[in-house]
Write a protein that binds this ligand. Structure first.
Ligand SMILES: Cc1cc2nc3c(=O)[nH]c(=O)nc-3n(C[C@H](O)[C@H](O)[C@H](O)COP(=O)(O)OP(=O)(O)OC[C@H]3O[C@@H](n4cnc5c(N)ncnc54)[C@H](O)[C@@H]3O)c2cc1C
Length: 434
């Protein structure tokens, strides 16, 4: 049963909108200062944690090896990597992100989060990221337990419909609607990747083929309310982080197992049987987002990866296994393309080792959208003149486009949530106590 909206007429010091990593960090940080805190999440308790449930690693700077990360990754190196990935990033936020990332593992561990020992050998070598023991679900469960133990009032299945300067909010739950006045609001409601009409406005018909990899509750309602209330926008609605996912993935919340691979070892054809080429030949983790953009540009947002036996052997075991076709005619029939043209394309482009052919159909999967609100390093929401909007703070993907607007570096999204969630929670509490 969701907890009812408290009706004693008293709002909290801090109302945290959202229930993902940014919200949990903001709520815990604010509560640890002694502020009274509500965490208001549209999702049910069973889907708590937003997209962090699907995450596995965080990018952090460190001056030497620790139990959880080998070698060294200096603040200056992380900062340079981030700047290279997005030359337009807000320099102040970027510097803060790199500096504060050093303390993220220690702080999260102090809130009950466990990390994978790097020497255990279960994970790929990475000197830039720490891996979560038990994955993102274990992390959000630990943080939710800590928040409740500290006395954060958690309201699930409760939507923040409106936010306004001065800490005013309108909440809606099953039992009705309530106006609440907090001393400050921290907006941590993520992007709008689950909002189909908004995606269609931004991306046109291509959006109809998008799969939302994460929470179906990321509707962008609070983002829209903040922008309507004069918050300065950052990034753009037509930007998003996309990866190629299996076309059989559910419309929402399929998570990491839906991510497709094998494009480099076979031939990729669009819906009409035309080859789709990768001029970048990227082999690192950036290949996933490269293919996300490429398939989004295909007619109908659909493409097919054709592999021979050697290609499918490299792919390894997958949750979504490729479909196998005994001959080229069956392949043509399945794809709905002309058999003679397909045979000519296969002969011209390879792969040479089939039939049999193995097929993975792919679509663009959206991780997060690229429109947000501008904040200062304490998460204070800024208006179009650069002045703080009284009582309004924001953290997580709702402000991340200011620092992650270009090429995405793996592990940075969760670090943004942890760093700015904590900072915004502490700053909101200072504001409330002032
Ligand atoms: C499959 C997948 C794998 C990923 N892996 C990684 C990884 O390994 N490393 C990494 O750094 N990043 C990863 N990411 C990205 C990262 O998980 C997200 O960017 C990050 O968790 C976003 O956190 P957030 O708190 O800003 O928002 P979200 O997680 O989007 O949470 C938004 C929250 O707000 C709530 N909400 C929305 N609207 C309202 C409203 N109006 N009222 C009340 N509540 C509302 C939602 O229920 C949800 O709880 C991954 C993402 C996906 C989808």
């Amino acid at each position: 049963m969701p907890a009812a909206i408290p009706s004693d007429g008293h709002g909290p010091d801090i109302l945290v909108a959202g229930g993902g990593l940014a919200a949990l960090c903001a709520a815990i940080a604010a509560r640890r200062t002694g502020a009274s805190v509500w965490l208001v999440d549209a999702a049910p308790d069973t889907l708590r944690g937003g997209n962090a449930r699907h995450g596995r690693n965080l990018r952090v700077a460190h001056d030497g090896p620790t139990a959880h990360v080998p070698d060294r990754y200096a603040v200056t190196e992380l900062e340079a990597d981030l700047r290279r990935a997005d030359p337009g990033a807000d320099p102040q936020l970027l510097h803060r992100l790199a500096m504060d990332s050093r303390d993220v593992p220690r702080w999260l561990a102090a809130q009950g989060v466990a990390f994978q020992p790097h020497a255990a050998g279960a994970l790929p070598y990475s000197r830039r990221t720490v891996f979560l023991l038990g994955g993102g679900t274990a992390m959000v469960n630990a943080l939710a337990r800590t928040a409740r133990r500290l006395g954060v009032r958690v309201l699930h299945e409760t939507t923040v419909e409106e936010v306004a300067p001065g800490g005013h909010a309108v909440l809606r739950a099953r039992e009705g609607r309530a106006e609440v006045c907090a001393r400050a609001i921290v907006a941590c409601t993520g992007g709008f990747q689950a909002n189909r009409p908004w995606l269609r406005d931004a991306f046109g018909c291509a959006a109809d083929g998008f799969v939302n990899r994460g929470t179906p509750y990321a509707t962008g309602r609070v983002l829209r309310a903040l922008l309507d209330r004069g918050a300065a926008p950052v990034g753009h609605a037509t930007h998003a982080h996309l990866v190629a996912v299996d076309a059989r993935a559910p419309a929402d919340d399929g998570g990491i197992v839906t991510r497709a691979d094998g494009m480099a070892w076979g031939l990729v054809l669009d819906r009409d049987g035309r080859p789709v080429r990768d001029a970048t030949h990227e082999t690192g983790s950036a290949r996933y987002s490269g293919w996300g953009r490429r398939v989004a540009a295909c007619p109908g947002g659909l493409a097919h990866v054709i592999l021979d036996n050697a290609g499918v052997a490299r792919l390894g075991r997958r949750v979504y296994a490729p479909r196998t076709m005994a001959d080229t005619d069956t392949l043509a029939q399945t794809l709905g393309v002309d058999p003679a043209r397909l045979a000519a394309t296969l002969a011209r482009e390879g792969p040479a080792g089939g039939p049999p052919w193995h097929v993975l159909s792919i679509r663009p999967g959206i991780t997060f959208t690229g429109l947000g609100v501008r904040v200062d390093p304490d998460g204070r929401v800024l208006d179009r003149c650069g002045a703080p909007v009284p009582g309004l703070f924001a953290a997580g993907m709702i402000m991340a486009p200011a620092v992650l607007g270009g090429r995405y570096l793996s592990g940075t999204a969760l670090t943004v949530c942890a760093v700015f969630g904590r900072r915004a929670g502490e700053a909101a509490a200072r504001h409330a106590h002032a």
